[in-house]
Every structure is written in C-alpha cells, then in structure tokens.
Design a protein around this ligand. Structure first.
Ligand SMILES: Cc1cc2nc3c(=O)[nH]c(=O)nc-3n(C[C@H](O)[C@H](O)[C@H](O)COP(=O)(O)O)c2cc1C
Length: 202
C-alpha cells in the first residue's frame, strides 16, 4: 500500500509522529509520501524538540525509528506540484492530514489550494480515495465547522484530535495511539491491539 501523510502547523505533532511510526511498523505500507507545511517543522521543534528540515528524509527516518537510509518515506517538497501525490494517475490508497490546521482545512475545503498538501488532498477526493483529516483547534468557529461539513460531504473522514479514555491510557503515547489506531483502521492498516472496545455487560 502507498499513501500520503501531510503534517501541518496545528498543535499535535505527536499525532503525526505516532502515525508514521505505526504505519512504518505495520508492514502493510510500502511507501509513505510525506509532505510538511511550512509551519509544521516549527511546531515539531516547539512540541517535540525535533529539528526537521524540508526534504531531510534521514532526520524523519531517525525520528520514527527507521534506518536513516530507509526508502519507506519519501519526503516531498511542499512547492513541488509535480510530485506523485499531485496526480490522480499515480495509484495510492489515500491520504491523511495529521494534524490539520484550520488554514489547511480551509484551503482544502475551498478547492483553491496553492501547495502540494492542498493539491494532493484535492486529488484524493476527486479520485474517490480515502481522505482522513485530523483537525486540531479549540474552540471551533463557524467557519471551521462549515469547512469540516463541506469536506465531510465531499467524502473526507473528519477525525478530530479527541482521543477516548476508556482504554485507561497510562502515557501520552497511549492516549495519542487511541486516535492513531482509529486513523489506521480507516485504511485497513493493522496495528497493536489493546484500545478496541471489547463490549461490556451480557
Ligand atoms: C506552536 C503552534 C501551535 C499552533 N497550533 C495550532 C492549532 O492547534 N490549530 C491551528 O489551526 N493552528 C495552529 N497554529 C497556527 C498555524 O500554524 C498557522 O495558522 C499556520 O499558518 C498554518 O499553516 P499550515 O496549515 O500551512 O501549516 C499553531 C502555531 C504554532 C506556532
């Protein structure tokens, strides 16, 4: 399976980190097309203390526990509208925008995108492929909510960064993984068990 993961400048870099890490560990993903917005590395530095520069695949590999020379992740430039995710003729399972800022959400919802994240999301929708959006902001204003509704109606899955607590997380990673595993479910990507609800009562 090949898919695209876009990381934007919303809070919650750890959601992107755990998504990449679990996709890499799943054995089900052969290629991840990674795109980062201009603000994403700033938030990554603030929140996780990591220094990632555009195109630095070795740094991303190290960050997610892959060998530095691994080719699993292909790190595309944001301005490269000739990259593979920009074309519907390039076969892919879909795309996740995690975390998704309100700016990127609005650009995708308007259909008037200007960078590779916007274009790849647009292509994913027009091809009828799975587009998962993990928006993060609080509170949402009416524009944010209308943009989410618009995207949902266009076929996107809106999965706000709002993890559950019923698996009694003992760490931030376990808390974050609750959302990340639900995201992987959207693509049929296997993941460690433990957070699924097993049911209660007779
Ligand atoms: C530390 C930090 C945290 C931020 N958190 C959010 C957030 O949770 N949601 C959001 O929509 N924007 C947030 N922003 C603002 C976005 O980064 C900003 O709107 C940016 O223009 C988004 O552009 P992008 O979508 O191209 O990444 C944050 C910015 C910084 C520096």
């Amino acid at each position: 399976m090949e898919l695209t993961v876009a990381v934007t400048g919303a809070s919650g870099t750890i959601y992107a980190h755990r998504t990449l890490l679990h996709m890499a560990a799943s054995g089900a993903v052969e290629r991840i097309n990674l795109i980062m917005s201009g603000t994403a590395p700033v938030v990554a530095r603030v929140e996780m203390g990591v220094k990632i520069e555009e195109g630095d695949a070795a740094a991303v590999n190290e960050w997610v526990g892959l060998p530095r020379d691994s080719k699993l992740i292909r790190f595309h430039r944001l301005s490269n509208l000739a990259a593979t995710p920009a074309s519907g003729s390039h076969p892919q399972a879909g795309m996740a925008v995690v975390p998704c800022s309100m700016g990127t959400l609005g650009a995708i919802a308007s259909g008037a995108g200007t960078n590779l994240i916007h274009r790849a999301a647009d292509v994913t929708l027009k091809e009828g492929r799975r587009l998962v959006i993990v928006p993060r902001e609080t509170p949402y204003n009416a524009i944010h909510l209308e943009n989410m509704l618009r995207l949902s109606r266009a076929g996107a899955r809106i999965m706000p960064a709002s993890p559950g607590f019923y698996h009694r997380p003992q760490s931030i990673e376990q808390l974050v993984d609750h959302l990340v595993f639900r995201l992987l479910d959207q693509f049929g990507i296997p993941h460690p068990t433990g957070s699924q609800w097993k049911g209660e009562g007779p």
